[in-house]
Design a protein around this ligand. Structure first.
Ligand code: SF4
Length: 417
Protein backbone atom coordinates (compact mmCIF):
# COMPACT_ATOMS: atom_id res chain seq x y z
CA UNK A 1 0.00 0.00 0.00
CA UNK A 2 1.54 3.31 -1.12
CA UNK A 3 1.17 6.18 1.33
CA UNK A 4 0.07 9.44 -0.30
CA UNK A 5 0.45 12.95 1.08
CA UNK A 6 -1.63 16.08 0.61
CA UNK A 7 0.37 18.52 -1.54
CA UNK A 8 -1.74 21.66 -2.14
CA UNK A 9 1.25 23.97 -2.54
CA UNK A 10 3.06 21.69 -4.98
CA UNK A 11 -0.14 21.34 -6.98
CA UNK A 12 -0.14 25.09 -7.51
CA UNK A 13 3.30 24.82 -9.11
CA UNK A 14 1.85 22.51 -11.71
CA UNK A 15 -0.77 25.03 -12.75
CA UNK A 16 1.71 27.50 -14.30
CA UNK A 17 2.53 28.12 -17.90
CA UNK A 18 5.72 26.07 -18.00
CA UNK A 19 6.25 22.40 -17.26
CA UNK A 20 7.06 21.96 -13.61
CA UNK A 21 9.60 19.56 -12.11
CA UNK A 22 6.73 18.44 -9.90
CA UNK A 23 5.08 16.93 -13.00
CA UNK A 24 7.92 14.44 -13.44
CA UNK A 25 7.98 13.39 -9.80
CA UNK A 26 4.18 13.09 -9.74
CA UNK A 27 4.24 10.94 -12.87
CA UNK A 28 6.64 8.54 -11.16
CA UNK A 29 4.57 8.65 -7.97
CA UNK A 30 1.27 7.98 -9.72
CA UNK A 31 2.04 5.93 -12.79
CA UNK A 32 5.17 3.88 -12.28
CA UNK A 33 4.41 0.14 -12.26
CA UNK A 34 6.86 -0.53 -9.43
CA UNK A 35 5.24 0.08 -6.03
CA UNK A 36 8.59 0.89 -4.39
CA UNK A 37 9.26 3.74 -6.86
CA UNK A 38 5.74 5.10 -6.41
CA UNK A 39 6.16 5.07 -2.63
CA UNK A 40 9.58 6.79 -2.74
CA UNK A 41 8.31 9.57 -4.97
CA UNK A 42 5.17 10.13 -2.91
CA UNK A 43 7.33 10.38 0.16
CA UNK A 44 9.60 12.86 -1.62
CA UNK A 45 6.61 15.01 -2.60
CA UNK A 46 5.40 14.89 1.00
CA UNK A 47 8.71 16.15 2.34
CA UNK A 48 8.89 18.87 -0.30
CA UNK A 49 5.41 20.10 0.61
CA UNK A 50 6.45 20.11 4.26
CA UNK A 51 9.51 22.19 3.33
CA UNK A 52 7.35 24.71 1.50
CA UNK A 53 4.97 24.92 4.44
CA UNK A 54 7.70 25.47 7.01
CA UNK A 55 10.12 27.28 4.66
CA UNK A 56 12.96 25.04 5.69
CA UNK A 57 15.11 22.46 3.94
CA UNK A 58 15.41 19.12 5.68
CA UNK A 59 18.22 17.42 3.81
CA UNK A 60 21.48 17.03 5.61
CA UNK A 61 24.77 15.61 4.32
CA UNK A 62 26.93 12.86 5.74
CA UNK A 63 29.36 10.35 4.34
CA UNK A 64 28.34 7.80 1.74
CA UNK A 65 30.67 6.24 -0.74
CA UNK A 66 31.19 3.11 -2.74
CA UNK A 67 34.01 0.75 -2.06
CA UNK A 68 37.41 2.24 -2.97
CA UNK A 69 36.09 5.71 -3.81
CA UNK A 70 36.20 8.93 -1.83
CA UNK A 71 33.76 10.98 -3.87
CA UNK A 72 31.12 10.97 -6.57
CA UNK A 73 28.13 10.71 -4.26
CA UNK A 74 26.16 13.52 -2.69
CA UNK A 75 24.73 12.10 0.54
CA UNK A 76 21.25 13.23 1.55
CA UNK A 77 19.66 12.12 4.79
CA UNK A 78 16.27 13.45 5.76
CA UNK A 79 15.81 15.19 9.09
CA UNK A 80 12.11 14.40 8.91
CA UNK A 81 12.61 10.76 7.93
CA UNK A 82 10.10 9.53 10.50
CA UNK A 83 7.31 11.46 8.81
CA UNK A 84 8.48 10.53 5.29
CA UNK A 85 10.20 7.18 5.77
CA UNK A 86 10.39 6.06 2.14
CA UNK A 87 12.69 8.93 1.19
CA UNK A 88 14.63 8.89 4.46
CA UNK A 89 17.86 8.30 2.51
CA UNK A 90 17.99 10.04 -0.83
CA UNK A 91 21.56 10.12 -2.11
CA UNK A 92 22.58 11.35 -5.53
CA UNK A 93 25.15 9.57 -7.66
CA UNK A 94 27.18 11.62 -10.10
CA UNK A 95 28.06 9.52 -13.11
CA UNK A 96 30.40 10.60 -15.88
CA UNK A 97 28.83 10.94 -19.31
CA UNK A 98 30.66 9.95 -22.47
CA UNK A 99 32.71 12.72 -24.13
CA UNK A 100 30.38 15.00 -26.12
CA UNK A 101 27.38 13.34 -24.42
CA UNK A 102 26.95 10.74 -27.14
CA UNK A 103 24.71 7.88 -26.09
CA UNK A 104 22.92 5.13 -27.90
CA UNK A 105 19.27 4.66 -26.98
CA UNK A 106 20.20 1.14 -25.82
CA UNK A 107 22.63 2.47 -23.27
CA UNK A 108 20.13 5.09 -22.07
CA UNK A 109 17.56 2.32 -21.54
CA UNK A 110 20.12 0.21 -19.74
CA UNK A 111 20.97 3.11 -17.39
CA UNK A 112 17.28 3.80 -16.79
CA UNK A 113 16.61 0.11 -16.04
CA UNK A 114 19.45 -0.07 -13.55
CA UNK A 115 18.22 3.07 -11.84
CA UNK A 116 14.67 1.83 -11.62
CA UNK A 117 16.03 -1.32 -10.03
CA UNK A 118 17.98 0.50 -7.32
CA UNK A 119 16.88 4.13 -7.20
CA UNK A 120 13.93 6.50 -7.35
CA UNK A 121 13.70 6.70 -11.15
CA UNK A 122 14.63 10.42 -11.10
CA UNK A 123 17.53 11.30 -13.37
CA UNK A 124 18.97 14.58 -14.65
CA UNK A 125 20.79 14.70 -17.96
CA UNK A 126 23.04 16.51 -17.10
CA UNK A 127 23.84 18.50 -13.96
CA UNK A 128 25.81 21.75 -14.03
CA UNK A 129 29.12 19.92 -13.63
CA UNK A 130 28.32 17.72 -16.61
CA UNK A 131 27.41 14.53 -14.76
CA UNK A 132 24.39 12.35 -15.18
CA UNK A 133 22.65 12.87 -11.85
CA UNK A 134 20.93 9.79 -10.49
CA UNK A 135 18.85 11.35 -7.75
CA UNK A 136 17.54 9.41 -4.79
CA UNK A 137 18.69 6.06 -3.46
CA UNK A 138 19.51 4.42 -0.16
CA UNK A 139 23.00 3.92 1.22
CA UNK A 140 22.83 0.20 0.52
CA UNK A 141 21.60 0.52 -3.04
CA UNK A 142 24.29 3.06 -3.86
CA UNK A 143 26.82 0.27 -4.01
CA UNK A 144 24.55 -2.11 -5.96
CA UNK A 145 23.71 0.52 -8.56
CA UNK A 146 27.34 1.54 -8.94
CA UNK A 147 28.46 -2.10 -9.34
CA UNK A 148 25.89 -2.68 -12.05
CA UNK A 149 26.63 0.38 -14.18
CA UNK A 150 30.35 -0.02 -13.65
CA UNK A 151 30.02 -3.49 -15.12
CA UNK A 152 28.91 -2.01 -18.45
CA UNK A 153 31.41 0.83 -18.49
CA UNK A 154 30.19 3.79 -16.46
CA UNK A 155 32.10 5.39 -13.64
CA UNK A 156 31.39 7.90 -10.89
CA UNK A 157 32.31 11.52 -11.44
CA UNK A 158 33.79 14.04 -9.05
CA UNK A 159 32.20 15.63 -6.00
CA UNK A 160 34.00 17.65 -3.37
CA UNK A 161 37.50 19.16 -3.52
CA UNK A 162 38.78 17.15 -6.46
CA UNK A 163 39.13 17.11 -10.23
CA UNK A 164 35.54 17.23 -11.41
CA UNK A 165 33.85 15.45 -14.27
CA UNK A 166 34.97 17.08 -17.52
CA UNK A 167 32.71 18.30 -20.31
CA UNK A 168 33.18 18.63 -24.03
CA UNK A 169 30.91 20.02 -26.72
CA UNK A 170 29.17 17.96 -29.38
CA UNK A 171 32.22 18.35 -31.59
CA UNK A 172 33.22 17.72 -35.17
CA UNK A 173 30.77 14.86 -35.67
CA UNK A 174 27.86 17.29 -35.70
CA UNK A 175 29.33 20.80 -35.90
CA UNK A 176 31.10 22.36 -38.86
CA UNK A 177 32.87 24.98 -36.74
CA UNK A 178 34.94 22.48 -34.79
CA UNK A 179 38.67 23.23 -34.85
CA UNK A 180 39.95 20.47 -32.57
CA UNK A 181 39.42 16.88 -31.57
CA UNK A 182 37.61 17.89 -28.42
CA UNK A 183 36.63 14.37 -27.38
CA UNK A 184 40.15 13.07 -27.58
CA UNK A 185 41.37 15.97 -25.42
CA UNK A 186 38.50 15.37 -22.97
CA UNK A 187 39.22 11.65 -22.68
CA UNK A 188 42.95 12.14 -22.28
CA UNK A 189 42.49 14.66 -19.48
CA UNK A 190 39.87 12.60 -17.68
CA UNK A 191 41.76 9.34 -17.96
CA UNK A 192 44.93 10.96 -16.73
CA UNK A 193 43.31 12.49 -13.64
CA UNK A 194 40.93 9.68 -12.68
CA UNK A 195 42.62 9.24 -9.33
CA UNK A 196 42.27 12.92 -8.49
CA UNK A 197 38.61 12.64 -9.40
CA UNK A 198 37.78 9.69 -7.19
CA UNK A 199 39.85 10.64 -4.19
CA UNK A 200 39.31 14.29 -3.29
CA UNK A 201 42.65 15.71 -2.14
CA UNK A 202 42.81 19.19 -3.65
CA UNK A 203 42.21 22.54 -1.91
CA UNK A 204 38.99 22.88 -3.88
CA UNK A 205 37.28 21.75 -7.08
CA UNK A 206 39.11 21.78 -10.41
CA UNK A 207 37.18 21.63 -13.67
CA UNK A 208 38.16 20.81 -17.24
CA UNK A 209 35.97 21.83 -20.16
CA UNK A 210 36.72 21.47 -23.85
CA UNK A 211 35.03 23.47 -26.61
CA UNK A 212 35.83 22.81 -30.24
CA UNK A 213 35.56 26.41 -31.44
CA UNK A 214 35.38 29.96 -30.09
CA UNK A 215 31.58 29.70 -29.80
CA UNK A 216 32.56 27.89 -26.60
CA UNK A 217 29.34 25.91 -26.23
CA UNK A 218 30.67 24.47 -22.96
CA UNK A 219 31.06 27.98 -21.48
CA UNK A 220 34.51 26.76 -20.59
CA UNK A 221 35.96 30.25 -20.38
CA UNK A 222 33.58 31.18 -17.58
CA UNK A 223 33.04 27.86 -15.91
CA UNK A 224 36.22 25.88 -15.90
CA UNK A 225 39.57 26.13 -14.23
CA UNK A 226 41.20 24.66 -17.31
CA UNK A 227 39.54 25.59 -20.60
CA UNK A 228 40.61 24.20 -23.96
CA UNK A 229 39.06 26.09 -26.88
CA UNK A 230 39.56 25.25 -30.54
CA UNK A 231 40.51 28.13 -32.85
CA UNK A 232 42.42 28.94 -36.05
CA UNK A 233 45.23 31.39 -36.77
CA UNK A 234 45.21 31.85 -40.54
CA UNK A 235 42.48 33.59 -42.55
CA UNK A 236 38.89 32.43 -42.28
CA UNK A 237 37.56 30.80 -45.43
CA UNK A 238 35.12 32.85 -47.48
CA UNK A 239 32.95 31.39 -50.22
CA UNK A 240 32.09 34.52 -52.23
CA UNK A 241 29.46 32.67 -54.30
CA UNK A 242 27.58 31.81 -51.09
CA UNK A 243 27.94 35.41 -49.87
CA UNK A 244 26.27 36.57 -53.08
CA UNK A 245 23.47 34.08 -52.49
CA UNK A 246 22.95 35.41 -48.96
CA UNK A 247 22.87 38.98 -50.28
CA UNK A 248 20.42 38.01 -53.04
CA UNK A 249 18.17 36.24 -50.55
CA UNK A 250 18.29 38.63 -47.59
CA UNK A 251 19.18 41.94 -49.24
CA UNK A 252 22.28 44.08 -48.92
CA UNK A 253 20.94 46.18 -46.07
CA UNK A 254 20.10 43.09 -44.01
CA UNK A 255 23.66 41.76 -44.34
CA UNK A 256 25.09 45.17 -43.47
CA UNK A 257 22.84 45.55 -40.42
CA UNK A 258 23.13 42.02 -39.15
CA UNK A 259 26.62 40.92 -40.04
CA UNK A 260 28.93 43.72 -41.14
CA UNK A 261 28.02 46.30 -38.51
CA UNK A 262 27.84 43.70 -35.74
CA UNK A 263 31.45 42.70 -36.07
CA UNK A 264 32.94 43.94 -32.78
CA UNK A 265 36.19 44.99 -34.40
CA UNK A 266 34.83 46.29 -37.71
CA UNK A 267 36.82 43.69 -39.55
CA UNK A 268 34.17 43.12 -42.21
CA UNK A 269 33.12 45.10 -45.28
CA UNK A 270 30.91 44.45 -48.26
CA UNK A 271 32.11 45.72 -51.62
CA UNK A 272 29.83 47.28 -54.21
CA UNK A 273 30.01 43.98 -56.06
CA UNK A 274 28.66 42.13 -52.97
CA UNK A 275 31.98 40.56 -52.07
CA UNK A 276 32.83 40.15 -48.40
CA UNK A 277 36.20 41.43 -47.34
CA UNK A 278 37.66 40.29 -44.05
CA UNK A 279 40.42 42.07 -42.21
CA UNK A 280 41.65 38.84 -40.67
CA UNK A 281 44.34 40.43 -38.52
CA UNK A 282 41.61 42.27 -36.65
CA UNK A 283 39.17 39.40 -36.38
CA UNK A 284 38.86 38.39 -32.72
CA UNK A 285 37.08 35.09 -33.45
CA UNK A 286 33.81 36.20 -31.86
CA UNK A 287 32.15 33.78 -34.34
CA UNK A 288 29.22 36.08 -35.07
CA UNK A 289 29.65 36.26 -38.84
CA UNK A 290 30.46 32.54 -39.11
CA UNK A 291 27.32 31.67 -37.16
CA UNK A 292 25.09 33.89 -39.26
CA UNK A 293 26.48 32.72 -42.59
CA UNK A 294 27.74 29.17 -41.95
CA UNK A 295 27.66 28.20 -45.60
CA UNK A 296 29.72 31.18 -46.72
CA UNK A 297 32.21 31.46 -43.88
CA UNK A 298 34.22 28.83 -42.08
CA UNK A 299 37.28 28.63 -39.85
CA UNK A 300 40.69 28.67 -41.54
CA UNK A 301 42.88 25.63 -42.14
CA UNK A 302 45.57 26.33 -39.58
CA UNK A 303 43.65 24.99 -36.60
CA UNK A 304 44.66 24.44 -33.01
CA UNK A 305 43.62 25.29 -29.47
CA UNK A 306 43.94 28.05 -26.91
CA UNK A 307 44.35 27.17 -23.22
CA UNK A 308 42.88 29.35 -20.51
CA UNK A 309 43.13 28.90 -16.77
CA UNK A 310 41.14 30.23 -13.84
CA UNK A 311 37.51 30.68 -14.92
CA UNK A 312 34.85 30.21 -12.26
CA UNK A 313 31.50 31.40 -10.98
CA UNK A 314 31.06 33.57 -7.92
CA UNK A 315 32.95 32.59 -4.82
CA UNK A 316 35.40 34.73 -2.90
CA UNK A 317 36.16 37.40 -5.47
CA UNK A 318 33.25 37.23 -7.89
CA UNK A 319 33.05 35.67 -11.34
CA UNK A 320 36.26 35.25 -13.27
CA UNK A 321 36.94 34.49 -16.91
CA UNK A 322 39.82 32.19 -17.79
CA UNK A 323 43.21 33.77 -18.46
CA UNK A 324 44.98 32.88 -21.69
CA UNK A 325 47.98 30.78 -20.79
CA UNK A 326 48.76 29.27 -24.18
CA UNK A 327 47.50 31.55 -26.98
CA UNK A 328 47.73 28.91 -29.68
CA UNK A 329 49.02 25.40 -30.02
CA UNK A 330 48.66 22.96 -32.88
CA UNK A 331 47.09 19.61 -32.11
CA UNK A 332 48.66 17.26 -34.65
CA UNK A 333 50.99 14.80 -33.03
CA UNK A 334 50.70 12.66 -29.92
CA UNK A 335 53.24 14.99 -28.33
CA UNK A 336 50.82 17.90 -28.71
CA UNK A 337 48.16 16.02 -26.78
CA UNK A 338 50.70 14.96 -24.20
CA UNK A 339 51.72 18.61 -23.82
CA UNK A 340 48.16 19.57 -22.82
CA UNK A 341 48.11 16.83 -20.20
CA UNK A 342 51.54 17.95 -19.01
CA UNK A 343 50.38 21.58 -18.59
CA UNK A 344 47.30 20.31 -16.74
CA UNK A 345 49.50 18.22 -14.44
CA UNK A 346 51.77 21.18 -13.69
CA UNK A 347 48.73 23.35 -13.01
CA UNK A 348 47.07 20.86 -10.68
CA UNK A 349 50.31 20.21 -8.80
CA UNK A 350 50.86 23.92 -8.37
CA UNK A 351 47.23 24.40 -7.34
CA UNK A 352 47.44 21.57 -4.80
CA UNK A 353 50.55 23.04 -3.23
CA UNK A 354 49.75 26.74 -3.30
CA UNK A 355 46.02 27.33 -3.14
CA UNK A 356 44.33 28.05 0.16
CA UNK A 357 41.55 25.86 1.43
CA UNK A 358 38.37 26.50 -0.58
CA UNK A 359 40.15 28.63 -3.17
CA UNK A 360 39.77 28.15 -6.93
CA UNK A 361 42.66 28.45 -9.38
CA UNK A 362 41.47 31.86 -10.61
CA UNK A 363 41.41 33.18 -7.07
CA UNK A 364 44.82 31.73 -6.37
CA UNK A 365 46.22 33.46 -9.48
CA UNK A 366 44.65 36.78 -8.40
CA UNK A 367 46.23 36.40 -4.98
CA UNK A 368 49.76 35.35 -5.93
CA UNK A 369 50.01 37.10 -9.30
CA UNK A 370 50.00 35.71 -12.81
CA UNK A 371 53.78 35.92 -13.22
CA UNK A 372 54.36 33.73 -10.18
CA UNK A 373 51.80 31.25 -11.41
CA UNK A 374 53.36 31.09 -14.89
CA UNK A 375 56.77 30.63 -13.35
CA UNK A 376 55.36 27.87 -11.15
CA UNK A 377 54.00 25.90 -14.09
CA UNK A 378 57.01 26.65 -16.30
CA UNK A 379 55.38 28.74 -19.02
CA UNK A 380 57.10 31.76 -20.58
CA UNK A 381 55.28 35.09 -20.41
CA UNK A 382 53.98 36.06 -23.84
CA UNK A 383 52.37 39.36 -24.95
CA UNK A 384 49.62 37.30 -26.58
CA UNK A 385 48.33 36.29 -23.16
CA UNK A 386 45.51 38.76 -23.29
CA UNK A 387 42.53 39.51 -21.14
CA UNK A 388 40.43 40.93 -23.96
CA UNK A 389 41.49 40.48 -27.57
CA UNK A 390 43.38 43.51 -28.92
CA UNK A 391 42.93 45.34 -25.66
CA UNK A 392 45.10 44.47 -22.75
CA UNK A 393 48.14 42.30 -22.87
CA UNK A 394 49.38 41.12 -19.52
CA UNK A 395 52.81 42.14 -20.72
CA UNK A 396 52.75 45.91 -20.68
CA UNK A 397 54.19 47.40 -23.83
CA UNK A 398 52.63 50.83 -23.53
CA UNK A 399 54.98 53.71 -22.74
CA UNK A 400 57.94 51.67 -23.94
CA UNK A 401 58.95 54.36 -26.43
CA UNK A 402 58.83 57.14 -23.87
CA UNK A 403 60.78 55.04 -21.39
CA UNK A 404 63.38 54.34 -24.05
CA UNK A 405 63.68 58.07 -24.84
CA UNK A 406 64.16 58.86 -21.17
CA UNK A 407 66.87 56.25 -21.04
CA UNK A 408 68.65 57.77 -24.05
CA UNK A 409 68.36 61.24 -22.49
CA UNK A 410 69.86 59.98 -19.25
CA UNK A 411 72.67 58.33 -21.17
CA UNK A 412 73.33 61.54 -23.10
CA UNK A 413 73.36 63.55 -19.88
CA UNK A 414 75.78 61.10 -18.29
CA UNK A 415 78.03 61.24 -21.35
CA UNK A 416 77.97 65.03 -21.28
CA UNK A 417 79.20 64.73 -17.74
FE1 SF4 B 1 34.25 40.05 -36.87
FE2 SF4 B 1 33.59 38.11 -35.16
FE3 SF4 B 1 33.43 37.66 -37.81
FE4 SF4 B 1 35.82 37.91 -36.62
S1 SF4 B 1 34.31 36.28 -36.27
S2 SF4 B 1 35.19 38.90 -38.53
S3 SF4 B 1 35.41 39.43 -35.05
S4 SF4 B 1 32.20 39.13 -36.65
Amino acid sequence: MVKKYETPMLDQLRGGKWPSFIDGITRLAEEHPDERIRAVNHSLLGQLEHSYETRKGYWKGGTVSVYGYGGGIIPRFSEVGDAFPKSREFHTLRVQPPAGNYYTTDILRQLADSWEKYGSGLVTFHGQTGNIMFIGTTTENTQHFFDEINEYGFDLGGAGPCVRTAMSCVGAARCEQSCANEHKIHRLLVNNFMDDMHRPALPYKFKFKVSGCPNDCMNSIERSDFAVIGTWRDDMKVDQAEIKKYVAKKGRQYIIDNVISRCPTQALSLTDGDELQVDNRNCVRCMHCLNVMPKALSPGDDKGVTLLIGGKRTLKIGDLMGTVIVPFMKMESDEDYERIVEIAEETIDFFAENALEHERTGEMIERIGLVNFLEGIGIEVDPNMVNHPRESSYVRTDMWDEEAEKWFERKAEQAAG
